[in-house]
Design a protein around this ligand. Structure first.
Ligand code: AQP
Length: 339
């Protein structure tokens, strides 16, 4: 890895089955970035437990997500892949930054409001509110210059920048202020059953999302049932009435790599059925080879564990350096090295 390259960090929660939203909004851009940046990609299990998780499912999904990172094209020889809880510096800096996070900032976060609204108020964990402080720790520990995420994470990135600036002005220049990196096409893929809500892996309705591990037949069934409208006209639009067609066009555009104009021309005068079929083909042509690699990886016992162990070691080395500086700056007494 080239230490002169700028750094990138990002992660995905093992909180369900990864969707094509996660693939288009996050994973696909990570694969591009591995060529240009020094990259750290983690599976953020500490974030996943901000809402209740079944322990067996959490363990399985964590491994599944790691395998999907590699199957999507991340090369473990080029990037550092690790499980967040394997690097204890995340929880430590997360706590320090929680103590520095104004409650007003935390309560303003849309993700907190949305996720808290889905639970009974008394059972909303404090971790859900403090999520952005932990996310700030993830990023700042690696002095990341850029963070590739989907559009829904933009507000958390702003929070991270504000918090880093706050720390720097209180304790002296410590953190690099990271830039958000949002994909040009597909920054927010919407639910197929409800195209006014973001496609999400923890939404459990059957026709909401296409999962990265769905079979070609499941992909077809879900996309052919996607909610559209009765206007019988295919064009990009930000009219909420047209959100279903816009979403299908966006998925098609992001995966085909074509421009908005090219896509608009391609479907001019065509029927909704034609568009849906084209989207099915695009999605399956990306998912099929990826699933083959995924299945191979899952059969190679020990391969994934080795990558994750090496990744955690490398990540911890970088993270500890930042954490030690932070501890010193805020006045913690250095511990004696353990024998
Ligand atoms: N629908 C989406 N369109 C584009 N990008 C998306 N991302 C998520 N959904 C979409 C991006 O995927 C990355 C990982 O997200 P996460 O797991 O940290 O949490 P999230 O953003 O809350 O994603 P989900 O799928 O909605 O998870 P749950 O349901 O567990 O909360 C991020 O870069 C995100 O922007």
């Amino acid at each position: 890895m080239d230490s002169h390259k700028k750094r990138v960090l990002s992660g995905i929660q093992p909180s369900g089955n990864l969707t094509i939203g996660n693939y288009i909004g996050a994973l696909r851009q990570w694969v591009e970035e591995q060529e240009h940046y020094e990259c750290y990609f983690c599976i953020v299990d500490l974030h996943a437990i901000t809402v209740p998780q079944n322990p067996v499912a959490l363990r399985n999904k964590t491994q599944e997500v790691a395998a999907l990172y590699i199957a999507s094209g991340l090369d473990p020889d080029k990037v550092t892949i690790f499980i967040q809880s394997h690097v204890t510096a995340h929880a430590e800096l997360g706590w320090i930054l929680t103590c520095l996070s104004p409650l007003g900032w935390l309560y303003r976060m849309t993700q907190f409001k949305d996720k808290a609204a889905k639970q009974q108020q008394e059972s909303v964990g404090a971790g859900l509110l403090n999520y952005p402080a932990l996310m700030a720790a993830d990023i700042l520990l690696y002095q990341a210059h850029a963070v590739p995420v989907g559009d829904d994470q933009r507000q958390h990135l702003e929070f991270t920048r504000d918090l880093a600036q706050r720390f720097n002005s209180l304790y002296g220049e410590t953190f690099v202020i990271p830039e958000v990196m949002i994909p040009k096409a597909g920054a927010r893929i919407m639910g197929l059953d409800n195209p006014t809500a973001k496609m999400s892996k923890s939404e459990d309705s059957e026709y909401h999302a296409v999962y990265m591990l769905d079979s070609p037949a499941q992909v077809k069934k879900k996309i052919m049932r996607a909610v559209t409208d009765s206007l019988a006209e295919i064009r990009f639009s930000d009219d909420p009435e047209r959100a279903g067609i816009n979403n299908l066009l966006t998925i098609y555009q992001a995966l085909s790599g074509r421009t908005t104009n090219e896509v608009a021309q391609q479907f001019e005068g065509k029927g909704y059925g034609d568009l849906k079929k084209a989207v099915v083909e695009q999605v399956n042509s990306h998912l099929e080879p990826l699933q083959t690699r995924y299945n191979q990886l899952m059969r190679e016992a020990g391969y994934l564990d080795d990558i994750l162990a090496k990744g955690a070691e490398k990540a911890a080395e970088t993270a500890e350096r930042t954490l030690n500086t932070v501890k010193e700056r805020i006045g913690f007494v250095p511990g004696k090295p353990r024998r």
